[in-house]
Design a protein. Structure first.
Length: 96
């Protein structure tokens, strides 16, 4: 019986943690172009890496980090679609 109680408590803890993380994530948004080098949250738009902490340039338009919801523009950042368009335009200009 004690084993069942311990397992139930462990599962409840895991489930509660997941709910809290989901709620916190809901209050955040991806913001592109505001990540210091090495402080991005995950994969970039260019597809040159797929992990957090691998950006090599400050404020790269293709790198993102989670910020409090509604603050991205105030931080000088961009939504994903805007960042994608800017990257596409920069690439077209570069290839001239």
């Amino acid at each position: 019986m004690k084993t069942n109680l311990a397992i139930a408590a462990a599962l409840a803890t895991i489930m509660t943690t997941g709910v809290i993380d989901t709620a916190e994530a809901a209050d955040k948004e991806k913001c592109y172009g505001v990540s210091p080098a090495g402080q991005n949250d995950c994969a970039n738009l260019a597809g040159t890496h797929s992990c957090a902490g691998q950006s090599s340039v400050d404020n790269d338009i293709g790198e993102w980090r989670l910020v409090p919801g509604g603050t991205c523009t105030e931080l000088g950042g961009f939504a994903k679609n805007d960042a994608k368009k800017m990257m596409k335009d920069m690439q077209a200009k570069k290839n001239g």
